[in-house]
Design a protein around this ligand. Structure first.
Ligand code: NAD
Ligand code: MG
Length: 332
């Protein structure tokens, strides 16, 4: 590659597709004088709340609709472009937080969406159902407790029956409860965390594979905690590492069937998980301030990765970890 060509390539990589096309037409001469057209953050991100955050706690599992400030799940901002047209998706924990952002994005990308949540989260779930239906997509609400194997099997069956198939499973629901030391993690805590965060994705995946065809995708939710566990999240962090490993292994097992398996690894995000026992008051107040972006992410800022992980165009991406950690790198 000549120096001129190399400069053109590097500049072009930083531009939008449209601008890059224009650049190509100008044979590279403009590349050296054009200012960058992309900013490191969107205008919306610049307006997102920064620490110190209010510390209004709620009893588990919490409601997004009662949070202060309310999270941005992309309700007014996410714009789709048909990337998941005609797909049928089941999203656990689709009522709030990251799962709600994924549900909104999937509906706006043309998918019909079933969401699972706990019965006490019905008010949040109703908002999501209305948002999916506002896109003219089918919305299916299936409340129930994922710690129960029989319910997990029935959830997949109900979703596939009511949607008319299952192309995408998003394993997103999780339990996270801060505990100062191992002595204060009861066996019940450990069991609840493992059942929700490890057993349920296993049971759901097992049931979903039986209903899926070639071209289907499973998207798991891990965390930066998988590689950098916090001292007060021992049981939770173990499960995020397990899910990462599960995604990589299942990607290998299901490749011959044409089913892709990916994972998304969030960093700190402003969701009910954190204000309903997931974080201490001290951690919540300064949430995300130790990262390069200096704040917590909003669920709207990660929805695009759930779309990417399931997008048929990314047909060579399986066993991948898609990250949004605010600058703190990837889990191992
Ligand atoms: P969230 O509270 O909005 O979502 C978690 C959901 O899990 C709840 O809405 C609830 O419906 C569901 N859930 C919990 N226990 C359940 C059970 N027994 N049965 C059925 N549903 C149950 O919080 P979120 O932060 O959006 O969490 C979504 C995912 O993101 C989780 O997998 C979490 O580990 C991951 N994550 C979150 C963060 C963060 O900072 N918020 C960081 C890394 C990873
Ligand atoms: Mg919720």
């Amino acid at each position: 590659m000549t120096d001129t060509n190399r400069r053109t390539f590097l500049a072009g990589a930083a531009l939008t597709a449209t601008a890059a096309a224009t650049l190509g037409a100008s044979k590279g001469a403009a590349a050296q004088s054009s200012p960058p057209v992309t900013a490191p953050t969107t205008p919306a991100a610049g307006a997102y709340p920064k620490p110190p955050y209010p510390t209004d706690m709620q009893p588990w599992p919490g409601l997004a609709s009662k949070m202060n400030p309310r999270p941005d799940h992309g309700e007014t901002s996410y714009k789709g472009s048909g990337r998941l047209a005609g797909k049928k998706a089941l999203i656990t924990g689709g009522d709030s937080g990251i799962g709600r952002a994924a549900a909104i994005a999937y509906a706006r990308e043309g998918a019909d969406v079933a969401i699972n949540y706990l019965p006490v989260e019905e008010p949040d779930a109703r908002e999501v159902i209305a948002l999916i239906e506002a896109e003219g997509r089918k919305a299916v609400a299936i409340p129930g407790d994922l710690r129960d194997e029989a319910f997990c099997q029935s959830l997949v069956d109900q979703a596939a029956d009511q949607l008319g198939g299952l192309d995408i499973l998003v394993n997103n629901a999780a339990r996270q409860q801060t505990r100062p030391d191992i002595a204060s993690i009861s066996s019940q805590d450990l069991d609840d965390t493992m059942k929700t965060n490890v057993y349920a994705p296993f049971w759901l995946t097992k049931a979903a594979v039986a209903r899926m065809q070639a071209g289907a995708v499973i998207v798991n939710t891990s965390s930066e905690q998988a590689g950098s566990p916090s001292a007060d999240l021992i049981d939770y962090a173990m499960t995020r590492a397990a899910v990462l490993n599960f995604a990589k292994g299942m990607a290998k097992q299901l490749a011959p069937k044409g089913i892709r398996v990916n994972a998304v690894a969030p960093g700190p995000f402003w969701t009910p998980l954190q204000i309903s026992g997931g974080a201490t008051v001290e951690k919540l107040r300064t949430f995300g301030s130790d990262g390069p972006l200096g704040r917590a992410g909003q669920p709207a800022e990660i929805a695009g990765l759930y779309v990417a992980a399931a997008d048929p165009l990314l047909s060579f991406s399986t066993g991948q970890i898609f990250g949004a950690t605010g600058g703190n790198g990837q889990p191992a």
